[in-house]
Write a protein that binds this ligand. Structure first.
Ligand SMILES: NC(=O)c1ccc[n+]([C@@H]2O[C@H](COP(=O)([O-])OP(=O)(O)OC[C@H]3O[C@@H](n4cnc5c(N)ncnc54)[C@H](OP(=O)(O)O)[C@@H]3O)[C@@H](O)[C@H]2O)c1
Length: 306
């Protein structure tokens, strides 16, 4: 199977590139060779390579900057996936696309007033430019008629790139006190675990003569996330505790204080609740999903003590 992988320098793309080769021959052009804001180049690369599968973890992910770079964010998050979908349909190829918890407004509560997970059937209502452009990407893929999986995930971290885990590790080494938002709920997800789970989902594509049936049976929109829930304060606390346990800080662990979002204003509005319910994925693919703390521990065991 010929696989075109975008964004292989990003957190998830990097993790995917490391493990995709058993599924087929992987072409993973970096931005210099394939700039997703250049529609002609994107069409040309796809037509030249003629993939059986396009995997698209690339995205404009600078959530705050997107507020002032809407056109570029839209080109990468909405127009590029639309082109991938159109080209995939023409080739009879499949498209794996990643999306985000930020397509929701974060207001969902259970009857007791507690945050509760969003399902794939819940109405979307993004509150920031990034979320709007990602939703537009999902909608373009769905409208294209191509064979696809759209996998919405949340709070991605890894040992590679820029993310909350690496920021907290750095700050925990530098400071004695950290103030972290405790009123935004979601689920942290390790890029390595997301990549491994994507490969499990795709195992059924290896039989070439069964691919069309596989897409008919499995294609669609899913939430892909580890189990459990956390706010950013709890996520930071788990990182610091694990780092302390692994003697990675070379000093006493900092004291953590929970603060409200209003004490940490950002240009882009974040949802209060972005928990993703994964029952549909579990049922369709017969998967058991680990708790997010288990994935964090597995990821951090790869961090070198300094
Ligand atoms: N990060 C999160 O917390 C989070 C949460 C929910 C959903 N998601 C979704 O999960 C997916 C993976 O996210 P991630 O955290 O792995 O992203 P990431 O680390 O920010 O990586 C994004 C990748 O996209 C590439 N890219 C951006 N603009 C490009 C362009 N014009 N042309 C070619 N490549 C371009 C980047 O290339 P360069 O390396 O050259 O910049 C980078 O490799 C995305 O769909 C994202 O929307 C992420």
């Amino acid at each position: 199977m010929k696989i075109l992988l975008t964004g292989s320098n990003g957190q998830l793309g990097n993790a995917l590139q490391a493990i995709l080769s058993p599924l087929g021959s992987v072409y993973a052009p970096l931005r210099a060779e394939l700039d997703l804001s250049n529609p002609d180049q994107l069409r040309q690369r796809i037509r030249e390579f003629q993939p059986d599968l396009i995997i698209n973890p690339a995205a404009y992910t600078a959530v705050d900057l997107a507020e002032t770079e809407e056109k570029l964010a839209h080109a990468i998050n909405a127009e590029a996936p639309a082109i991938m979908a159109e080209e995939a349909r023409k080739l009879g190829a499949g498209l794996i696309h990643y999306s985000t918890d930020y397509v929701f407004d974060g207001e969902k509560l259970d009857p007791h007033g507690q945050v509760t997970a969003y399902q794939e059937t819940d109405a979307t209502n993004p509150q920031n430019v990034y979320g709007k452009t990602k939703l537009a990407g999902e909608q373009a893929i769905q409208a294209s008629g191509c064979q696809h999986l759209i996998l919405r995930t949340s709070w991605v971290y890894s040992l590679h790139g820029k993310n909350f885990l690496l920021t907290i590790l750095r700050l925990a080494r530098e400071r004695d006190q950290l103030r972290i938002v405790n009123d935004q709920w979601g689920i942290p997800n390790s890029a390595t675990w997301l990549a491994e789970t994507t490969c499990k989902l795709l195992a059924g594509l290896q039989q070439e003569n069964a691919r069309t049936d596989w897409w008919a049976e499995h294609g669609g929109l899913y939430h892909l996330s580890a189990a459990g829930k956390a706010n950013w304060f709890e996520f930071a606390s788990a990182i610091v505790a694990q780092a302390d346990q692994q003697n990675m800080l070379n000093k006493a662990a900092p004291a953590l204080t929970g603060i409200s979002s209003s004490e940490y204003p950002t240009p882009a509005r974040r949802p209060h609740n972005s928990l993703l319910g994964t029952q549909k994925l579990q049922d369709k693919f017969a998967l058991d999903l680990p708790d997010w703390q288990q994935c964090l521990q597995a990821c951090m065991q790869g961090v070198q003590a300094t």
